[in-house]
Design a protein around this ligand. Structure first.
Ligand code: BGC
Length: 376
């Protein structure tokens, strides 16, 4: 469950407070220490620069992350990459379920046809001028029995690292989507280090996106412990709060009988979002790491106007703090694009990619990510 209880927030705040004292903030180009709000806009270093270059993106979800591509109604097409680039996005996140296409015994060989299909998607996105985050998604067995699956995850990443070792720095790796359950903070921290030991010999300076437990939620940050020697890490967070709003009617979240939840409303307001993002940036500053909002979105069973308001607010609060983001997702049940009508859901797209001059952001000093002039 991604639901953020008040008790969890309290524990999280306490934890963040103590870890803030434990680690010094990173050097900043300004003489005075930056406020938390400005930190991600000004902090220097390769990971910060590459994080900022992600800008605004969209997840190509429910395609290669289904058990088999097409099982969930989405098959990626050549035209998707141009569509996304022409709309003005700077990157795509491509969720990939490698685990249903890899052998169960060492060396855990990935089915070559599937590997080629992922490579096609990565190449097509890069050729469209997009940055690409490719991940390991829905490796559910890792959350059930991490000890039994760790060697297989390492084997899968060894093959991915080999395949893409010569690729430009516009390709980013993301180690493992939304660790939870038996994948405890201790195990997650250890696995991150072991995966980096496999990846780094072949991809020494590639940006690698890592995340905390509890489904990459903000509260998972407090127990994330990253190797200080690796300065090419970007820390991902996923934001679906209030969960009762974003996942109303969602079958996989046991919320089929909960509909009609409005936003803003009793479940939450924009101030709650701002406060959550402030705490995230405080964590980033305390640990001298850049952030990436790799997923946020509201399911299609929420009222469209409320989805648009919530999405506008999350994108704006993220952008205001210099956090690059990727909406969940392009063409399925959270979708920005209506495949049947072959058109963008314009208000939702405008929420994720505010037009120049739109009042989507909360401060006049907001980061303006580079906007492609080809925006249609
Ligand atoms: C999952 C999707 C899900 C989304 C929203 C993602 O991380 O991979 O299957 O639709 O979160 O719940």
């Amino acid at each position: 469950m991604r639901f953020l209880s008040l008790a969890a927030v309290g524990v999280w705040l306490l934890a963040c407070g103590s870890s803030r004292q434990a680690e010094p903030a990173a050097a900043s180009p300004t003489s005075a220490p930056p406020t938390a709000d400005a930190y991600l806009k000004t902090a220097s270093g390769p990971a910060f620069d590459r994080a900022r270059l992600l800008g605004r993106g969209v997840n190509l979800g429910n395609a290669l992350d289904a058990p088999n591509e097409g099982d969930w109604g989405i098959v990626l097409r050549d035209e998707d990459f141009k569509l996304v680039a022409d709309a003005g996005f700077e990157h795509v996140r491509i969720p990939v379920r490698w685990s249903t296409h890899a052998a169960s015994v060492a060396p855990f060989s990935i089915d070559p046809t599937f590997a080629a299909r992922v490579k096609w998607a990565v190449d097509a996105a890069l050729a469209a001028g997009l940055r690409v985050v490719v991940n390991v998604h829905h490796y559910e067995e890792m959350n059930v029995d991490p000890d039994a699956n760790q060697a297989r995850l390492l084997g899968i990443w060894k093959q991915i690292a080999e395949t893409y070792q010569g690729y430009p720095d516009t390709l980013y790796f993301e180690l493992l989507n939304e660790p939870h359950d038996k994948l405890t903070p201790e195990k997650n921290n250890a696995i991150i280090s072991e995966l980096l030991a496999v990846i780094r010999p072949m991809n020494p300076e590639r940006s690698v996106v890592v995340g905390g437990t509890e489904w990459n939620s903000l509260r998972g940050l407090s127990s994330l412990d990253l190797p200080a020697s690796d300065q090419h890490l970007i820390v991902t967070i996923h934001y679906y709060d209030p969960f009762d709003f974003t996942h109303q009617g969602a079958e996989w979240a046991n919320k089929t009988d909960q509909l009609g939840v409005d936003w803003p409303g009793p479940v939450g307001t924009r101030q709650n979002i701002a406060a959550d993002f402030n705490r995230s940036v405080e964590w980033a500053q305390a640990h001298a790491r850049p952030l990436y909002l790799g997923e946020f979105g509201a399911y299609e069973k929420a009222e469209f106007g409320a989805r648009t308001r919530w999405t506008t607010a999350v994108a704006a609060e993220s952008s205001a703090r210099g956090i690059p983001y990727a909406y969940w997702e392009l063409r399925s049940s959270f979708g920005l694009y209506d495949s049947e009508k072959r058109e963008w859901r314009r208000e939702l797209l405008d929420a994720v990619l505010p037009r120049e001059g739109a009042q989507a952001t909360s401060s006049s000093s907001d980061v303006r990510f580079a906007v492609r002039s080809a925006r249609r």
